[in-house]
Design a protein around this ligand. Structure first.
Ligand code: AMP
Length: 210
């Protein structure tokens, strides 16, 4: 078992890349911290109740809360699996918790997209609340407007995908998450891809460096 970390701003396409690769290869497992948290919120678990307010504001949830969820998933995962960690770690404290699990990190791939493009990307983002598939109204539209290709569920706009919260999430990204670029560069693990090539080329570029 090993880990590939996807680093990048909200809306950079990390989730789309990870879902695509995991769909092609059964040894790759996509783990999205945001999906884990949204699942906990929907179920109303104690962790979900604690996380909800932070998420609606676009703030990070407490490190211990999300780290526990991720280490639980790692503990449940067995066999010859590469975990594609999407959204975790989000700061240096979380990266240190991850190191302590002792699971080898194969690479950390920065999906690079300028802030100016992010706002437009997120404005067009649609998500399946059931199977978590992600779409974009123009760049990656579903076959039938508003309906998930994979499971037929009605697509939704995430609550935190509104322009004000997106601005806050980008501020948090630059302040809390960007220091991880240096952190992983120092460990010789960082790779970069241009995340503005369209879904297919982004995924191919990722695969080539991961
Ligand atoms: P995402 O789906 O990755 O954009 O995450 C949605 C929201 O979940 C974020 O804006 C945070 O509020 C929360 N979240 C996701 N991952 C983490 C993390 N590693 N640490 C803290 N909060 C997180």
């Amino acid at each position: 078992m090993n880990i590939v970390i996807l680093l990048g701003a909200p809306g950079s396409g990390k989730g789309t890349i990870a879902a695509r690769l995991a769909g092609e290869n059964e040894n790759l497992k996509h783990i999205s911290s945001g999906d884990l948290l949204r699942g906990a919120v929907a179920k109303g678990t104690p962790a979900g109740l604690e996380a909800k307010g932070y998420m609606e504001k676009g703030a990070l949830v407490p490190d211990a809360l999300i780290a526990q969820m991720i280490t639980d998933v790692i503990a449940e995962t067995q066999g010859d699996v590469t975990m594609l960690l999407d959204g975790f770690p989000r700061n240096v404290a979380q990266a240190e918790i991850l190191e302590k699990t002792g699971v080898p990190i194969r690479s950390v791939v920065l999906v690079d997209v300028p802030d100016a493009i992010i706002a437009d990307r997120i404005a067009g983002r649609r998500t399946c609340p059931k199977c978590k598939a992600g779409y974009h109204v123009t760049a990656l539209p579903p076959k039938v407007e508003g309906v998930c290709d994979k499971c037929g569920e009605k697509l939704v706009i995430r609550k935190d995908d509104n322009p004000d919260t997106v601005k806050d999430r980008l501020v948090v990204y630059h302040r809390e998450t960007e220091p991880l670029i240096k952190f992983y560069e120092q460990r010789g693990l960082l790779r970069r891809i241009d995340g503005d090539q369209g879904p297919e080329k982004n995924a191919a570029a990722f695969k080539a460096v991961m």
